[in-house]
Design a protein around this ligand. Structure first.
Ligand SMILES: NC(=O)c1ccc[n+]([C@@H]2O[C@H](COP(=O)([O-])OP(=O)(O)OC[C@H]3O[C@@H](n4cnc5c(N)ncnc54)[C@H](OP(=O)(O)O)[C@@H]3O)[C@@H](O)[C@H]2O)c1
Length: 320
């Protein structure tokens, strides 16, 4: 089968460090450059030869020699460039969050669907097999009836110049890190979740929110408590609590490919460490995108619902 040829817009850290090596491993072919011209600042082409032989610097917008565009720009720029790529007839893999506004996310998803193009948000952890294993444990009744989900993703303080500190680029903890625990809640509790309360905190001297919490619930009253932040000791975990036991997933959101996942299952009879096979979630994500391009499958998933809930968190949040 023909490889999916992917152009990379600009050369972000995430592209160099994680995505380009996976795209190479997946035997897609990649080009890296930005469209030329125009007054507004545009993503710059950059030499990326250290990322592997897959990357050739050349102009690709509207070119017939790429099938898809990967958009690893700051959050506030995703919508504009994803739309430009879709308008040019290209499939799009856009970094999370897909946009900074639920209306824009809905428009982009509708545009992709109406043109038969794939639009996928790059939320990689859901492609790791450990979460399917957890779903099976829950479905098999390992922890009884679901009562609550606790999920947290937070990273240590970033350098002052980082895009996440700039509100005009869509920075802040909610959009950067809140996506992960929210997506974990959607993954395990479904799309009927709604937000019942939230907090957003901006640490002194910061123009964006640096920490947050949210409480969501299903229509049946199963709660999801989420925590996120960009000025914290690192944490990347979730816990699913039931009437008969509890499942804990450590290193839930960004495990490296070689990591052997150990899901902890605690029940009255004792605690079990369920060892699972390692998985490469970056490669799985690229494969999922390439597969959707080849088969024409819809890859938008829960992105619209996630965007609506992120916006609810922002609107309902008590500010500190
Ligand atoms: N899915 C994941 O697991 C994951 C992980 C990390 C990040 N991300 C997402 O990936 C995206 C990039 O994050 P990163 O940490 O890799 O960022 P980064 O290394 O700072 O790269 C940002 C990119 O955007 C360009 N850029 C910055 N400001 C711009 C502006 N005003 N106009 C046009 N282009 C601009 C930069 O170009 P210059 O270098 O020329 O400035 C660079 O190419 C973010 O949306 C982030 O949420 C996703």
């Amino acid at each position: 089968m023909e490889p999916v040829r992917i152009g990379v817009l600009g050369c972000a850290d995430i592209a160099r460090r994680r995505m380009l090596p996976a795209m190479t491993a997946c035997r897609t072919s990649t080009s890296s450059r930005s469209p030329a011209g125009g007054k507004r600042r545009r993503p710059k082409p950059r030499a990326v030869s250290d990322a592997g032989p897959c990357t050739v610097t050349r102009r690709f917008s509207n070119a017939a020699d790429i099938d898809a565009v990967y958009v690893p720009l700051p959050a506030a720029l995703h919508a504009r460039w994803a739309r430009a790529a879709l308008d040019a007839g290209k499939h799009v893999l856009a970094e999370k969050p897909l946009t900074t506004d639920p209306g824009l996310t809905e428009e982009l998803v509708a545009l992709a669907r109406s043109t038969g193009l794939v639009l996928m948000e790059n939320v990689m952890f859901v492609h790791h097999s450990q979460h399917a294993a957890v779903r099976r444990l829950v479905a098999d009744g390992a922890i009884g009836e679901l009562r609550a989900v606790h999920a947290a993703f937070a990273v240590p303080r970033l350098p002052a110049h980082d895009i996440r500190h700039r509100p005009e680029l869509g920075g802040g903890a909610l959009l950067d890190t809140g996506v992960y625990p929210l997506r974990a809640a959607l993954h395990h509790l479904g799309e009927d979740l709604r937000v019942v309360g939230a907090t957003l905190t901006s640490a002194a001297g910061h123009a964006v929110d640096t920490a947050g919490t949210a409480l969501l619930t299903t229509p049946e009253g199963v709660a999801a408590q989420l925590s996120f932040g960009i000025d914290h000791a690192y944490r990347s975990a979730y816990e699913i609590w039931g009437s008969e036991g509890r499942i804990t997933v450590d290193r839930a959101f960004t495990p490296p490919a070689g990591h052997v996942p150990g899901v902890r299952l605690e029940r009255r009879a004792g605690t079990e460490q369920v060892r699972l096979a390692p998985d490469d979630q970056v490669l799985r994500t690229v494969e999922a995108f390439a597969g959707a391009v080849r088969t024409g499958a819809d890859a938008a998933g829960v992105s619209v619902r996630q965007a609506v809930l992120l916006d609810e968190v922002r609107r309902l949040a008590m500010r500190y």
